[in-house]
Design a protein around this ligand. Structure first.
Ligand code: GLY
Ligand code: MN
Ligand code: MN
Length: 427
């Protein structure tokens, strides 16, 4: 029989914390939908971060309900055991196995979800749900809520309000405890080692796909379960396409190579970008752009300490990058007018960073009550300024066309400053 990946007491603790915070509301957390193409071709399954965070359970077709104040307080629905299916797809815990291994109050077969859930939810004024744009799952949730509304209408409990489970759990996951940090540190270190290997081995003529393979080899041989997200390996002008992931060009002598890749370890992920010359030496224009982005990134990291609103990083990045654009002759005019008119977004179209953890873009509020939210000890986020000058941009000085630079590190907020978790990746 398979075992849980981690000590299940940790998950029980998290469920208890969630139950305390739910103040009388119920919560339903569903597994990630399976990706199956042409009916029977399966793709690697990764559990939904929230469901994993609360249970450690890694199977698809599972649903957790938290029911504060009721007995049972926690109910998990899972696939039944099925020897024939297990021959094809591998081991399943089944309801009894899952209850014994994961120590959930009550576990039922997944087929019983719709029928049991209405009764289990009766009496709750509100439900936290994760609607995920998966037609099948969302319509199942809607059907349960419809039935609940009808049944509560008759018992006099009235309407049920719907809340966002993703936002609720995002807030819970935002401040990392020591154990979570250990996993995140490992994910960041493995990610950094992958980048280091790519930097050491790159040479003109190598394909972007070969570089991607180097990263994958390094990540997985160091214990990563998978990529944290599909890696971007973008040489030359491809680096000016933000989400380039064809990764099918040849890395040419004289080009820069931008790699945005991170490894996932125990459900935590790194998110690193490095830009470096394929032949080992930057041209003068490449260096002009690179050195400015690096300088700005270092200044932004220096700003990190508890109490600074996250918005300040966005504003400072826009300010400094716009100055660099003026300096390089990419734009003309007054800095403040350029920023007010969003003109700088032509060469820096994204934000400066995002929370990081079990998901690459971890959830959590950047604003609270419409006010910019100050960062706190234990939060982790990326700082990733960049400048992207497409080859076909005839308004830019010719020497800078086709240069794309982003530098991205993962930063932990400490007692009175920061720690760079990705410092093993040279820049
Ligand atoms: N790799 C995704 C991001 O940087 O946000
Ligand atoms: Mn990234
Ligand atoms: Mn990022």
């Amino acid at each position: 029989m398979r075992k849980a990946l981690e000590d299940v007491a940790r998950f029980k603790n998290r469920r208890n914390q969630a139950i305390q915070k739910l103040s009388g509301h119920a919560m339903i957390v569903t597994s990630h939908p399976e990706l199956i193409r042409n009916d029977d071709v399966h793709y690697p399954f990764r559990q939904d971060s929230n469901l994993y965070y609360l249970t450690g359970f890694e199977e698809p077709e599972s649903i957790l309900m938290l029911l504060p104040g009721k007995s049972p307080q926690e109910v998990l629905f899972v696939r039944r055991k099925n020897p024939e299916r297990e021959t094809w797809d591998g081991f399943r815990f089944g309801p009894e196995g899952a209850q014994a291994e994961f120590k959930i109050d009550q576990v039922y077969p997944i087929e019983e979800f719709e029928q049991r859930s209405v009764e289990l939810l009766n009496g709750f004024q509100g439900v936290y749900l994760h609607l995920r744009k998966d037609a099948e799952q969302d319509s199942q949730m809607m059907s349960v809520l419809e039935k609940l509304k009808r049944s509560q209408g008759r018992t006099g409990y009235g309407m049920v309000s719907i809340h966002d489970a993703n936002a609720f759990l995002g807030e819970m996951r935002l401040i990392k405890d020591e154990f979570e940090l250990q996993n995140l540190r490992t994910a960041c270190e493995i990610s950094a080692q992958g980048h280091l290997a790519a930097q050491k081995q790159i040479k003109p003529g190598m394909t972007e796909r070969q570089v991607q393979a180097l990263l994958a080899y390094e990540f997985m041989s160091r214990g990563a379960a998978r990529d944290g997200y599909y890696p971007i390996v973008a040489s030359g002008n491809a680096a000016t396409t933000l989400h380039y992931n064809f990764n099918d060009q040849v890395c040419k002598d004289g080009d820069l190579l931008l790699i945005d890749a991170g490894a996932e370890y125990n459900y935590f992920t790194g998110d690193i970008t490095r830009t470096f010359p394929v032949n080992g030496k930057m041209s003068k224009p490449q260096y002009e752009v690179y050195s400015r982005v690096l300088d700005i990134q270092l200044k932004l990291i220096e700003m990190v300490k508890p109490g600074v609103p996250f918005k300040n990083f966005h504003d400072a990045a826009a300010d400094m990058l716009t100055e660099a654009m003026l300096d390089l002759g990419l734009l003309t005019g007054r800095k403040n007018d350029i920023i007010a008119g969003q003109v700088h977004r032509k060469y820096y179209p994204h934000g400066v960073g995002h929370f990081l953890g079990m998901d690459v873009h971890d959830r959590g509020y950047y604003f609270k009550n419409n006010e910019p939210r100050p960062i706190e000890k234990g939060m982790c986020f990326t700082i990733e300024p960049g400048l992207y000058i497409p080859a076909n941009d005839t308004s830019a000085p010719a020497e800078f066309r086709g240069i794309g630079v982003r530098i991205e590190d993962n930063i932990l907020v400490t007692d009175n400053g920061y720690e760079v978790l990705t410092k093993s990746a040279p820049k």
